[in-house]
Design a binder for this molecule. Sequence first.
Ligand code: ATP
Ligand code: MG
Length: 448
Amino acid sequence: MRLSRYFLPVLRDTPKEAEIVSHQLMLRSGMVKQSAAGIYSWLPLGLRVLTKIAEIVRQEQNRAGAIEILMPTMQSADLWRESGRYEAYGKEMLRIVDRQERDLLFGPTAEEVVTAIFRDSVRSYRDLPKNLYNIQWKFRDEIRPRFGVMRGREFLMKDAYSFDLTADGARKAYQRMFVAYLRTFARMGLKSIPMKADTGPIGGDLSHEFIILAETGESQVFCHKDLIEGAIPAADTDFDGDLSPIIEAWTSKYAATEDMHDAATFEANVPADSRVSARGIEVGHIFYFGTKYSEPMGARVQGPDGQMITVQMGSYGVGVSRLAGAIIEASHDAGGIIWPVPVAPFEVGLINLKAGDADTDRAATDLYVKLQAAGIDVLYDDTDERAGGKFATMDLIGLPYQLIVGPKGVKSGEAEVKARRTGARASMPMDAALAHVIDSVVSQRVLV
Ligand code: ATP
Ligand code: MG
């Protein structure tokens, strides 16, 4: 993409309404634009990031055996009356009446919709287990939308729902999502920690929130420091095999959010120098809830002996749009965003320091064509802005590598490579610079 033809409305000044760094940087780099409180348009740069995040989520859901569907944003209130949640949900639910005076709502989650799909299409235990997911916009009329896309009212969520014949089957479904989540966040360059979360009236130990440590996080969290560097299950993990050892390794050390924290247990089980007490961002939440929806909504299958069995369910959410902010919270410096390669809107920023100079244009265009031919996502700054402004914009928008071409370098046949994360710069012969950038990008596309 040529910057001269792109839509990148960057802001030089920090918008006053933005309290935290990710919100400031998303506005300044022209990723999003607020449309109403907690409701955002995603501009081209932001949309590229959102799409890459969603694709990683999708790949890991598929790998774990979940199947993608797409459910509507608008839901019928009658379904929610069946589960008993229509009255119970409260003011976060946006209720709408259509022209026939029927009650609708903008879905804050989709347990009812998916349970109805299952109930009306699955008859036999032979069709189990199943896990259906979608990546869809949700609406929750949050009392205090803030921090940009981190706590929006309209936000993109991946929500998966598992259906099993037995509680043991449901535990295995839960474990598959647990492993999928570890991989999902690691692939975005994040260190997520599964923390014990409240299971409410269901009880048991099958509820975990996946938390990213960040000073601006909304939750207070407590954990053993070893969990920050925990081992991520490999891509060839057998999801049909026994995942218990992986779950055991991640859950045997203390990790709890404020609601579940017990100071005495924490101190008794974690040596003083390993205790982490920090702020965290919830990027995912997995939850087993048994027959909470399947029972009232009549989601039953015929069992092996002909008897009807109410299915065991769990739900598994990822905050896809929140992740864009969370990644920035975890990866930025004074100059702006530092995107990990797998979620970068473009992998390389090519800077022409003297657009309009025939030799420089020719050299930069040559690199642009070669980068594209190598399958690299490249943003080519071919504008006539001054060098300082170009450098500041590239640092702000955080592309992992910059390839800088100026008239002096062109004379000696050299270009400069800058790694955004380390700030390291090196001049190299054109071909070597090109090869270096391509190799660096390709080697970081798949982090785990
Ligand atoms: P929170 O405690 O942050 O309000 P929640 O527990 O209500 O979230 P879930 O119902 O578990 O959220 O939703 C699954 C995921 O969706 C969360 O882990 C979070 O990443 C994301 N999410 C929830 N609410 C919002 C929101 N208002 N804006 C952006 N993302 C959200
Ligand atoms: Mg939650």
